[in-house]
Design a protein around this ligand. Sequence first.
Ligand code: SF4
Length: 101
Amino acid sequence: MTIEKIANKYWKEGHPEEIYSNTEMDEMRRKECLCVNCDRKNDKIPYSSCPVAKKIYDICVKHDMAMAITKCGATDEKGDLLYKPFYPVLLERQIASEQNQ
Ligand code: SF4
């Protein structure tokens, strides 16, 4: 994680001239939504198969935000989960580990 002090580009009277920002995430957000654990990032056009990711991305662009999605319960019109685990092997191990407890 890269937290840096940067110029406040929205500065106006009474506001700080500099703010802290996670510049690493800012850079990533310009290329993709931060649904970092979802395999939909590997679509030919990243996240093109997920309408929810498109909405998140549009909000980030509109409001100059960087948002990390760490949990997702987005479903399609049939109620099926859209989330596709990016690390299926790790997920299988985690599920097996939880079942053995
Ligand atoms: S299913 Fe969820 S985590 Fe995956 S791309 Fe869509 S919004 Fe992001």
